[in-house]
Design a protein around this ligand. Structure first.
Ligand code: ADP
Length: 383
């Protein structure tokens, strides 16, 4: 169906306006025209009449086409601007085009007006598409630069985190080759085991990072009791696990749907941190998991009475490889992966922490629609 074009005419001569209307009518273009002759009228019509094209006479008693063109160029929408005027010099016409007018029509040759309107509209549309493409290219470029610099830092840190335990195992092996004392050998083996566990932990984190970035969301019903019990079961051999009292409360008012894998990555990192950053000076170490949700949102609170985090460092706590404490082993990837996984679920995470008191992480995660297809990303690498 043909669309009615709204044409705003800046014209002080009623007769010329009539000729414009006759010409358009004859051409078969569906138009609605509005005539204004003052600056105030022009500005009001720009916003209220919301024109598709502007036709402007050049010399009006109190307003000029150059001024109108400037107002038009400053407008958020890119509205084609065509000068419709009596005789003008070539120099004047060229200057108007240079300033941003789309075309100019001589009143003595109005036949060209319909095609000039259509060409100007087409040209503006192409220009708009070009600018959108340029802006999305610029955004992509910025994203790529960020990814590139993250990748550099990732490769540097990961290779360090992989090489350090490997070098340690190699050193211990060399020592062990020359060692006859079983007690010493036992000690070396224990250290080797620790380094290998560290290596395994780093590899697990890299896989979690990669899977989270690439794997398509798979929404299913989350059974929190099962999720928590599986997480605790996976961590039961972690040093200090038996020293942490885990208390769970779940208030479920409707089924909760989310991505099981990402939820388990989040839980695994937060629980293992609560174990790792226990305060050894306290008689009891606890970790409270409080979960409530309704059909829209899930609220998950994880509260420990561990060593806490220095408030100056909390703004950087979710950065890749950032570590606020080097007295315990770690890579600084855990909370970064947690934040990335939560972002994939369109959720948020905040924390409240005080040195010597403990840390509380507060998560808000939307209850997804059960069968929603969330996104398509690159296929996950084989695990
Ligand atoms: P990692 O534990 O490998 O260092 P994370 O990304 O999991 O890395 O955590 C980043 C930093 O945040 C840790 O180095 C630690 O200082 C701090 N942190 C995380 N969780 C806790 C917690 N529950 N209690 C105290 N500090 C924590």
């Amino acid at each position: 169906m043909k669309r009615t074009l709204r044409l705003l005419c800046l014209e002080d001569d009623e007769e010329d306006f009539m000729i414009i209307n006759f010409t358009l009518e004859k051409s078969g273009l569906l138009t609605q025209t509005k005539r204004v002759e003052t600056k105030a009228g022009f500005i009001t019509a720009l916003n209220e009449f919301d024109p598709d094209v502007i036709l402007s006479d050049h010399a009006l008693p109190k307003f000029s086409s150059t001024e109108a063109l400037q107002l038009c160029l400053a407008h958020a929408r890119q509205i084609p601007f065509i000068l419709v005027t009596g005789a003008v010099s070539d120099e004047f016409a060229a200057n108007c085009m240079k300033l941003g007018a789309d075309d100019y029509i001589l009143k003595s040759n109005m036949n060209r007006l319909p095609s000039a309107i259509q060409n100007a509209l087409k040209h503006k549309e192409t220009e708009k598409a070009r600018q959108e493409a340029m802006s999305s290219l610029a955004t992509r470029n910025e994203e790529l630069l960020k990814i590139n610099s993250e990748l550099d830092s990732f490769v540097y840190n990961v290779s360090h985190n992989l090489r350090a335990p490997l070098m340690s195992v190699l050193g211990l092996l060399n020592l062990a080759k020359q060692e006859r004392d079983p007690e010493h050998l036992h000690k070396y083996h224990a250290h080797m085991e620790k380094s290998i566990c560290k290596l395994d932990e780093t590899l697990r984190e890299i896989l979690d990072y990669s899977r989270n970035a690439r794997q398509v969301l798979k929404i299913e019903t989350i059974n929190f009791k099962r999720l928590i019990s599986e997480t605790l079961d996976n961590l039961r051999f972690m040093n200090g696990f038996d020293k942490l009292e885990v208390r769970v409360s779940i208030d479920d008012r409707s089924p909760f749907h989310s991505d099981y894998y990402r939820m388990s990555v989040i839980l695994n990192n937060l629980v293992s941190n609560a174990i790792k950053y226990r305060d050894h000076t306290k008689d009891r170490s606890f970790f409270d998991i409080m979960i409530t949700f309704d059909e829209k949102m899930g609220s998950l609170v994880f509260k420990d009475n561990g060593i806490g985090i220095d408030s100056k460092l909390t703004p950087r706590i979710f950065e890749m490889f950032f570590r606020a404490n080097t007295t315990r082993e770690g890579s600084g990837l855990g909370l970064y992966i947690v934040k990335e996984a939560i972002e994939k679920l369109n959720g948020t995470i905040e924390l409240d922490s005080a040195i010597g008191v403990g840390t509380t992480f507060m998560l808000e995660i939307p209850n997804h629609a059960p069968a929603a297809i969330q996104e398509t990303t690159l296929p996950a690498p084989p695990m």
